[in-house]
Design a protein around this ligand. Structure first.
Ligand code: AMP
Length: 563
């Protein structure tokens, strides 16, 4: 890959011709010299770590269990089959529309083995999201699960192809492929005799494209690189002390950054076992706890924790196997933190994580105030954290809210092909502006961080992110709508849901939630992004610089829900 130097104010940043902002060269060398980065590809690192003599199965799903050796063989056969039978070549991006199945794990690791770059889209994403993100990454392949919860994902994939007029290599899992597409099982079979994938990928090229949950404006792509993504997972596992005696239960969508960087990769880099449930409902979680006796339950969003607390079956299940109950993804209400520890007797740990990198975790021996009120400390000693005054590069004093900014050995240096946006999303010296409001707190001699709110225009619906601008842009395409503002409304179960404030076009009939949903679905928008309440206004309140005063709208809907 050809790289040239771009001097951006005081910082020197490596930029390739495709808009990938990399880590400065001196830093890459330092990370490698210090052994933080391993100097090999993510696939090589996973293979070296996980296919040793781990005594436990690597993967458990409702369909069965797979040892490390079996998983490795499947990944290798799939990778070979992909390169032998499809037009996909190393470096090509592939879209994912797959749920929590063993095939998804093989597809992900197999893609890495073949040198393909997974784009971590979810099966919940509609034709619009898949189309836009495939266009942005230039994806040449699409992996689709045919039997995902009664949804016709193959029809969705066909709709993307039709809209774009581009033929993408389609690989169908757990179903029949339409003409011209490939079936997973056929590729596995072809892989028996096909040659091995070429080794030695470009370590400075993206290995995985993650979807940002954290930007203002339209969703962006976080390009994760081989060594830093492996380090992220390795460091998470090290902080938690994972080993071959660890069993991690993961009930949320595995193709999210959280699934990959908090569960799958750290577990498989430690010789541990991953148990996937197909759904995140309480019964599935309790069934898996009874059957597999996991000792770690990572990234339980507060919504799931509340459901667990309130489910009549919970007190009847022996939860004593769980040594680490890790809640994150959303702000944890203090009352819930307290009840989790006192009613369920679960050893609570809070975490904060993002597709862009930066993870925080509360230490296991932290004081109750740290465990319950903060997300802890950075997982790496090389992470650098700043809490800057909004719009400044000046740190605020301890205990004062400001924007959380981060830089370090696994936090991206720029979104993929987003030159303009990167100038706002990163400081001149490479700190990522998270868009989250945080405070630095000194408690019993330690330094910890608490998450206090958000500046970015994103709605966090049970950890799935809704970018307000994306939905607003589609709403105003409806002929009855003159203007739209989508804001978060508080929700006890999911933390937040989307509420659409609308100004109707002159003489138009009012639009309700169902009609709005129909319009947005016809645009191909994912279901979880649909506004769940509509409020009509004559005109929007404005800030003194003439922008829609979303703070006023959020307060308005919160007050309405409160009465
Ligand atoms: P994603 O990139 O989808 O993983 O989302 C990252 C975003 O989720 C962060 O920027 C925060 O807005 C939010 N988030 C993650 N963990 C927490 C947490 N523990 N408390 C509050 N917000 C969180």
């Amino acid at each position: 890959m050809s790289v040239h130097k771009l001097t951006l104010m005081s910082a020197t940043i490596a930029v390739d011709h495709e808009g990938l902002v990399g880590y400065p060269e001196a830093l890459r060398e330092r990370y490698r010299a210090a052994g933080i980065w391993a100097g090999r590809s993510l696939d090589e690192e996973l293979r070296a770590a996980r296919y040793g003599s781990a005594p436990l199965p690597a993967l458990v799903t409702a369909a069965g269990r797979w040892s490390y050796g079996q998983l490795d063989t499947l990944c290798e056969r799939f990778a070979r089959g992909l390169l032998a039978r499809t037009a996909l070549r190393p470096g090509d991006a592939v879209m994912f529309s797959m749920g929590n199945t063993a095939e998804t794990v093989v597809a992900y690791y197999g893609a890495l083995r073949a040198g393909l770059v997974p784009v971590c889209t979810l099966p919940q994403h509609g034709a619009r999201e898949i189309g836009v993100l495939a266009g942005h990454t230039g994806a040449r392949g699409h992996f689709v699960q045919a039997d995902f919860r009664g949804q016709d994902l193959l029809a969705m994939a066909a709709a993307v192809t039709e809209t774009e007029g581009t033929a993408r290599e389609l690989v169908v899992f757990r179903g029949t492929a339409p003409p011209g597409a490939h079936e997973y099982l056929d590729l596995l079979e072809a892989g028996d005799t096909a040659p091995s994938p070429p080794a030695a990928p470009d370590l400075d090229a993206p290995v995985v494209y993650q979807l940002s949950g954290g930007t203002t404006g339209l969703p962006k792509i976080a390009p994760r690189l081989h060594e830093e993504y492996a380090y992220n997972a390795r460091q998470w596992a090290a902080r938690l002390g994972w080993s071959p005696r660890t069993t991690v239960l993961y009930p949320l969508p595995i193709m999210h950054n959280a699934g990959i960087a908090l569960a799958l990769q750290p577990a498989h880099l430690s010789g541990a076992r991953v148990v996937l449930t197909g759904k995140a409902d309480v019964d599935s979680i309790l069934d898996a706890i009874e059957a597999e006796r996991p000792n770690v339950l990572p990234l339980v969003p507060p919504a799931v924790a509340i459901r667990l607390l309130e489910h009549p079956r919970t007190p009847t299940v022996d939860l004593s196997c769980i040594e680490e109950f890790i809640v994150g993804g959303q702000k944890l209400p203090l009352e819930v933190a307290d009840r989790l520890e006192n009613e369920l007797g679960l050893p609570l740990r809070q975490m904060f994580g993002m597709a862009e990198g930066m993870f925080f975790l509360t230490p296991s021996d932290a004081a109750p105030e740290v465990r319950q009120r903060t997300v802890g400390e950075p997982i790496s000693e090389d992470d650098e954290v700043r809490v800057y005054g909004i719009g400044t590069e000046t740190e605020v004093p301890d205990g004062v809210e400001g924007e959380l900014c981060a830089r370090g050995p696994y936090t991206i240096r720029g979104y993929y092909r987003a030159g303009e946006h990167n100038r706002e999303a990163f400081t001149a010296d490479g700190f990522y502006r998270t868009g989250d409001l945080a405070a630095r707190r000194r408690i019993e001699g330690g330094v910890y961080y608490s998450i206090e709110g958000r500046i970015k225009d994103v709605i966090n619906r049970g950890v799935e992110k809704i970018h307000a601008e994306e939905v607003e842009d589609l709403i105003v395409r409806h002929p009855a709508v003159a203007d739209a503002a989508v804001v978060a409304m508080p929700d006890r179960e999911l933390g937040e849901r989307a509420c659409a404030y609308l100004v109707l076009a002159e003489g138009a009939e009012p639009l309700d939630v169902a009609a709005l949903a129909e319009h947005l679905r016809s645009c191909g928008l994912a279901k979880y992004k649909l506004p769940e309440r509509v409020e009509l206004l004559e005109a929007f309140p404005l800030t003194n610089v003439g922008k829609v005063a979303k703070k006023t709208l959020r307060a308005d809907i919160a007050a309405k829900l409160d009465t």
